[in-house]
Design a protein around this ligand. Structure first.
Ligand code: P6P
Length: 336
C-alpha cells in the first residue's frame, strides 16, 4: 500500500512482493533509473548556465538535431544501466540500433531489456520549458546467456513489465508502474531523495483539456478535425480548453492530474504520426491504462500494435477514457 512521503527506495522494497516476477532485479533496475534521473536532472537544471545546451552538431536516426543534453542523457542512462549489469540490452531514440550489454558473457543471466527516450521534448531545452525521460521495460524472449536479439525489443506494449517517465519541470518527478497502478515521486534536490508525493495516480474519466499541435490541423484525418471542432463548439456543456506544451511527458502529466487528452495524429509531414511506438507511445499507454485512462491510434489499442521496427511511428491518442472514446467514435464515423 502506497504511503505518502515514503521514499522511492522504501516503496520499491515494500512493494516488490506484489510484482509477479522475481522482483529483486526489477527493483535494482528501477533504482538505477532513479540514479540516472538524478544525474540528468542536475544537468537539465543548469542547462542555461553552462555550454551544454544548443545543438551537439549531430543528428539522430530521426534526422533531428541532437541537443547536447539529448546526447548527455542518452550516455548517462546507458552508462548507469550497463555499469550496474542489470539489463541484457537497451534501445534508445538516440541510437540507430539496439545496444547489447555483456552479450558475449554466457553467464549473463540478465533478463530485462529497456527502451528509452532519454530526453523527450528536447527542442524545449533552450527555451527553459520542461522536458522528460520515458522508459519501457520488457523481459527478454530469447534464451538467457545468449546475445540479445531484435525480437527482444519488438514486443507488443501489452508485454511490458514496467514503464515510466521522469519530468524535469518546476519540480522533478519520477512516475512509474509495474502493472499495479501508477505512483509519482517528487525529488527533494537538497538531499537527492525521491518521495512518494502522488500515490495511485488516475486519469479523471472525463476532462476539459485537449492537447494537439493545431498548426497541423489542415493535415489531420477528418475524424480528428471533427473532434477538435466538437471541443470548440459553443453549444452544450463543453468547457474545453487547449493546452499544448510541445513536450509529451508534460502534457501527459498535466492531463493525468487534471483530466484531458493528448493527440498526435498522422499528417502530411508525419504519415504515420510523429511519436515512436516502442519508447514513447507504449510506455505512456501502459501508464495511461494503469491510471484508468486509455491509449490508441484512433482505432486500435496502442498496446496491441504488433511492432515491426525499432523506431516505427504510430498515431497516438491518449488520456481520459471518455475523451479517447469520443475521438474513436469520430474516427470510426469520419475516418481519414
Ligand atoms: P510538434 C517532442 O519532440 C515530441 O516527441 C513530444 O514530446 C511532443 O509532444 C511532440 O514531439 C511535439 O511535436 O510537431 O508538435 O513540435
Amino acid at each position: 500500500m502506497a504511503k505518502k512521503n515514503q521514499t522511492l527506495g522504501e516503496f520499491i522494497i515494500e512493494n516488490q512482493d506484489s510484482f509477479k516476477y522475481t522482483s529483486g532485479e526489477l527493483s535494482r533496475l528501477i533504482n538505477s533509473i532513479r540514479l540516472a534521473a538524478k544525474v540528468v536532472n542536475h544537468e537539465v537544471n543548469k542547462a542555461g548556465l553552462v555550454d551544454i545546451t544548443g545543438a551537439a552538431g549531430d543528428t539522430n536516426i530521426q534526422g533531428e538535431d541532437q541537443q547536447k543534453l539529448d546526447v548527455y542523457a542518452n550516455e548517462k542512462f546507458i552508462q548507469t544501466l550497463t555499469k550496474r549489469n542489470i539489463v541484457c540490452g537497451i534501445a534508445s531514440e538516440e541510437e540507430d540500433d539496439f545496444v547489447a550489454i555483456n552479450s558475449q558473457d554466457e553467464n549473463n543471466q540478465n533478463k530485462y531489456v529497456v527502451l528509452i527516450d532519454p530526453l523527450d521534448g528536447s527542442s524545449n531545452i533552450d527555451v527553459n520549458v520542461s522536458v522528460g525521460t520515458i522508459f519501457s521495460i520488457f523481459r527478454r524472449v530469447t534464451p538467457a546467456g545468449t546475445p540479445v536479439k531484435i525480437e527482444d525489443f519488438l514486443q507488443k506494449g501489452s508485454e511490458q513489465v514496467a514503464a515510466g517517465y521522469v519530468v524535469y519541470g518546476t519540480s522533478t518527478m519520477l512516475v512509474y508502474t509495474t502493472g499495479d497502478g501508477v505512483n509519482g515521486f517528487t525529488l527533494n534536490p537538497a538531499i537527492g531523495t525521491f518521495y512518494l508525493s502522488h500515490p495511485n495516480m488516475t486519469f479523471p474519466e472525463d476532462g476539459s483539456i485537449y492537447s494537439v499541435n493545431e498548426g497541423n490541423y489542415m493535415d489531420f484525418p477528418q475524424g480528428i478535425k471533427k473532434y477538435i471542432k466538437y471541443c470548440q463548439e459553443e453549444e452544450g456543456e463543453r468547457p474545453y480548453t487547449s493546452r499544448y506544451i510541445g513536450s509529451l511527458v508534460s502534457d501527459f502529466h498535466r492531463n493525468m492530474i487534471k483530466g484531458g487528452i493528448y493527440m498526435y495524429p498522422k499528417g502530411s509531414r508525419n504519415p504515420n504520426g510523429k511519436l515512436r511506438l516502442l519508447y514513447e507511445c507504449n510506455p505512456m499507454a501502459f501508464l495511461a491504462e494503469q491510471a484508468n485512462g486509455k491509449a490508441s491510434d484512433g482505432y486500435i489499442r496502442t498496446m496491441d500494435v504488433e511492432p515491426t521496427e525499432l523506431h516505427q511511428r504510430v498515431p497516438f491518442v491518449c488520456g481520459s477514457k471518455n475523451m479517447v472514446d469520443k475521438v474513436e467514435e469520430f474516427m470510426s464515423e469520419f475516418g481519414e
